[in-house]
Ligand binder design. Sequence first.
Ligand SMILES: O=C(O)CCC(=O)C(=O)O
Length: 344
Amino acid sequence: MVLAEPLERSHQQYRVKVEQYRDFRRDGFLHVPALVPRAEVAALAQLTEDMMAGRQRIPGLPVPPPSLSVAERRHFYDRIHMPHRTCEIAERFMLHPRVVDVLEALIGPDVLALQTMLFFKQPGQAGQGFHQDSYYIPTQPDTLIGAWIAIDEADEDNGCLWMTPGSQHEPIYPDCDGVTQQGDTVLSDIASIKSASHPDVERNTLAQIALQYPRELAVPAQPGDVIFFGGHVFHRSHSNDSARPRRAFVSHYCNARSRVAWDHGGSRAQYEDAEANAMQNGLHILARGTTHLPYAQPKFGTLCAANAPELYGERLDDNRVKSMMGDEFGFMVLVPHEDVAHEH
Ligand SMILES: O=C(O)CCC(=O)C(=O)O
């Protein structure tokens, strides 16, 4: 009998410090420098070059016609959605073990991978105005988090991210302009805003709330840095006013015990039909840990909890209650509760 080789982690584990966990809770975001090796991020940069040149075809997306000039090709895409469902490279970065190490500590231990976006943001391309991600991707309970991987150096000139620290304590403001799927039809007694994500602060009325905060921070980043941000934090980016690209790969996740009705491109009816609303978790990939809810397998076989539970998933003795807690060395670790029977 041939015994299978035991699976091994491809990357050294990233250990989140208690201090970083605290920073994330205090500010609503966490910047982790050099989380993904620069050499690996080059594959994402190459993907964008290949797409713009028409060498790489992503199923379901148009290809720049050969008649376009180089400059026109650079503006052919601004961002693409959900590439992890059609492109191996995107799946690999969505499930990158070091990114998921951080997610495990911040919102885990069980992590469901929901969404991906590849931002091209070439010179002259627009930014995205103030918005809150949980408005677009609802999870119940709301445990949404984004992980923004810098492909290029990002700074104020080429349109880096800007965060409003402390705004993660705000509720979600529904958008009443009807542009997006969910609208505010069932939330008529809640203050609504208009035109979230619009770069013009006169039109995007979420800006009136966001700009009351004393600080808004630019978050410059180097290739391979990852910025994690909660689903309620106000954030935005400005247009790329430099001659350099500002590309980024962004994925969204939630705790794998949250119920997710969302699927990219789902219809409005999906949210209003009680039966359809039941659950879309089975479309999303279990990145880490375990869950009693349905989940999907990664299409291209990237190792994660769904297909390699012995490495990233079910842990020994799974009947015990466990949480991410701070240890005596100042790191976030998964700890069984020895004292669950104790009085609170
Ligand atoms: O990368 C950007 O310019 C905006 C990203 C963003 O706001 C998001 O992913 O929610």
